[in-house]
Design a binder for this molecule. Sequence first.
Ligand SMILES: [Mn+2]
Length: 420
Amino acid sequence: MRLILTGDLHLGRSSSRIPDTVGKENLRAGSAWNRIVDLAIKQDADIVCLSGDIADQTNKFWEAIGPLKFGIQRLTEYGIRTVAVAGNHDFDVLPELADQLPSDHFTLLGREGRWERTTIELKNGEALNIDGWSFPSAKVSVSPLNSYDLESDPHVPTLGMVHGDLFKSNSPYAPLQLNRLQSSGPTGWLLGHIHAPELISGESWVLYPGSPQAFDPGERGPHGPWVVDLKNGSFSLPVQHPISTVRYLQSSIDLSSVNDRSELHSTILQKILAEEEDIHLKADPFLVHTSLRLKLHGHTSVSRFVNETARQLVADLDLPSITVDKIVNLTLPAISLEEYAGTDSAAGAVAKLLLQLENNDISEPVSELIRSTTEKLSRQNRSENYGVSVAQEASDEMTIEYLISSGKALLTQLVSQTNE
Ligand SMILES: [Mn+2]
């Protein structure tokens, strides 16, 4: 028995921060869904499993429903069943879709937040239980595992399907606990919600398949559905098949050994060209565009020229299949932070702050600074994303990165003023 595992399609969404020269159709989640259907047919799959957030949100319902229905019908023609659970984005849309389709073509498990099992048996006798739970509302702050009471089956292997958050214990989006997943009946768990793919393997595996089309620079690396086989009652390890037309990358450059502006320019350019070549060598068949985010770091005498050089380079760069989305300047002048931190000056205060942030040795006032900055960044994100139902909340990690880069920019300026 062969299964295709995917989720977080967000039909209605498109990849962001990609230049207009790349055709819009290429960037749509709906196109990715068509490629998933093609893959399932080509791989001779028996079941396509969708782990929630298939539709982006209610107001995208009509945009999502057409391609989704059409894809499910194509799968049905090849004898492939689709089994899904609903996520926080499509808790209301998915049941509506399920009502419009025959249940042996499209099965929605776990309506109203009640665990439900379906058993699939192939002509060759191979059988599989799928236990699933769907979001009953947009937010659920208790673990769905609290109510998981389906009996474990000693004869038939079980796949668990649930949309939820494995990484934040107080998440309002169905918090999940890894040890509880791994010690319950299913020998494989297909999760949804987190867009970065992650396979956690142990005696049983737990998989975040990730969004099959990468949507923003936070969703780095290859994206696509996973294929898993069930043979003689046990699962193989799922294998990812990249189908995203876009790849977001992050790369860092140490500029410590750079001594002048032309060397600075060529070092950054070489890195971009090397990344482009690397991507081409990997020969991902569906890849159309790569978006690169560069982090520059190191102590260098040209640190005060980095922003200007980077800005010019990004503006002038004209490569067909790669763009630089952003350059994050984390360089510092060729000074010792420890020495500066010992001085009673503005630069000294910034150096002290940077040392605390970088060494994760955080005092009470700095921890208060992180808290209030996180709040401000979240507020800013919300106002920038007012059209989107769930704005991205800033995390402490993002805040610390923001404070470090702002602190370094300030220190670079203070040091260059003192030296002039
Ligand atoms: Mn979600």
